[in-house]
Ligand binder design. Structure first.
Ligand code: NAD
Length: 376
């Protein structure tokens, strides 16, 4: 079997697989074709890919030869005309935002492995691209905020007097939020945290953060460890409490998400008005509407001295390690897809494979995709 690795389009700097992972992949008996300059923005040259055993060729050639084509983001519509019959595409899909793209691919009878649909179960942890990328985002968001802040993060006791530590407020203690807590604490900040899932309370505490509880949060065991939409009463109480804590904070890192829905609104414009000039808000939920009412995705705003950064693409700013993690996750997924002879087998009985295949042979497969897109 031939596996193809594409160069990303647009501003994306990651590549789905670095040469190191190609070396590992080659050991499983497959051939690899990599689009020319695929790794250039992640500092991996075509020479390194060749040394790892890959063939370097044009984009069209990758589509013409590979039965499995891997990229970070889903391929643009324009590329669909190059796809071979029954070709398998593997990337992050964002099915809700790209429902129309998915429908075109279904009609074309291609198979799509949606990396963002990999079930969040223990056996799939090593393949969990969302967790890897959220780790990068949480880390980078805190460093970005620290570099922009007019204040130190740690407490300083010097001959010039004592400087109080920065206060960092973290909204959402999922993978990105927990990483943000760890980094902000390492830099010496005082950290306060909101989440609607009681299960994260102990994790927040163990990382040195203070968990602020709002009574009456709704949880649903069927949501697979994810948060669910809250009642209006809860939302109001939570927004008020967040306003109090944000007014006392120097930095807010907003990471709260509800899968398949718009991000919860946690920071109202009144809250921003109550914050100190010089404060920084980093909104990682920007691409799904943002946790802050004023957030604009991909933009940096200054609202009465408060900097609001709407940014959901931090992994692209750390392309080397983000690509390394991405590629390792894919290698782990391929371990359950490739047999000893190097052939790709789609065992629909396997819950990881079944959950990850968005469309196959003209049908929607993953239950989650059907739920998210409301397909009966
Ligand atoms: P996510 O990106 O969907 O959400 C981020 C956080 O925002 C979550 O902790 C969520 O509870 C929180 N949130 C949602 N609404 C909120 C609100 N109104 N106020 C405050 N916080 C709110 O989640 P994620 O980081 O991808 O993962 C969430 C959980 O999934 C993990 O903590 C874990 O339990 C589970 N998980 C399991 C695996 C696995 O087993 N393979 C891998 C990753 C995550």
């Amino acid at each position: 079997m031939i596996i193809g690795i594409l160069k990303e389009t647009g501003t994306e700097k990651r590549v789905a697989m670095l040469p190191g992972e190609i070396t590992v992949l080659k050991k499983s008996g497959v051939d690899v074709i990599v689009e020319r300059n695929a790794g250039e923005n992640a500092f991996a040259s075509d020479e390194e890919y060749k040394k790892a055993g890959a063939e370097i060729s044009s984009r069209k050639d990758v589509f013409a030869k590979a039965s499995l084509v891997i990229s970070v983001d889903h391929i643009p519509e324009d590329d669909l005309k190059y796809c071979m019959d029954k070709q398998i595409l593997c990337s992050i899909i964002n099915p809700v935002e790209n429902a129309q793209w998915l429908e075109m691919v279904r009609i074309q009878k291609l198979t799509v492995l949606a990396l963002d649909l990999i079930p969040r179960i223990t056996r799939a942890q090593t393949m969990d691209i969302l967790s890897s990328m959220a780790t990068v985002s949480g880390y980078k968001a805190v460093l970005h905020a620290a570099s922009l802040s007019p204040r130190f993060f740690p407490m300083f006791m010097s001959a010039a007097g004592t400087i109080k530590p920065s206060r960092v407020l973290i909204l959402g203690a999922g993978v990105a939020g927990l990483q943000a807590i760890a980094i902000a604490r390492k830099l010496g900040a005082v950290v306060e945290v909101f989440d609607v899932r009681a299960a994260v309370k102990e994790e927040v505490k163990s990382l040195g953060g203070k968990f602020i509880e709002v009574e009456g949060a709704r949880e649903d065991a069927a949501a697979g460890g994810y948060a669910v939409e809250q009642s209006d009463d809860f939302k109001k109480k939570q927004q008020e409490l967040i306003q109090q804590r944000a007014a006392a904070s120097d930095v807010v890192i907003a990471t709260a998400q509800i899968p398949g829905r718009k991000a919860p609104l946690l920071l109202l414009k009144e809250t921003v008005a109550a914050m100190k000039p010089g404060s920084i808000i980093i909104d990682l939920a920007a691409s799904t509407g943002g946790n802050c009412e004023l957030t604009e995705n991909g933009k940096t705003l200054n609202v009465n001295g408060v900097t609001i950064i709407g940014k959901s693409d931090y992994p692209s700013d750390m392309p080397t390690d983000a690509s390394k993690m991405f590629g390792s996750n894919i290698i782990n997924l391929l371990k359950i897809l490739i047999d000893k002879e190097g052939n790709l087998i789609l065992n629909m009985e396997d819950e990881i494979i079944n959950g990850t295949i968005a469309v196959h042979a003209g049908e929607y497969v993953s239950q989650r995709v059907k739920q998210l897109l409301n397909i009966k």
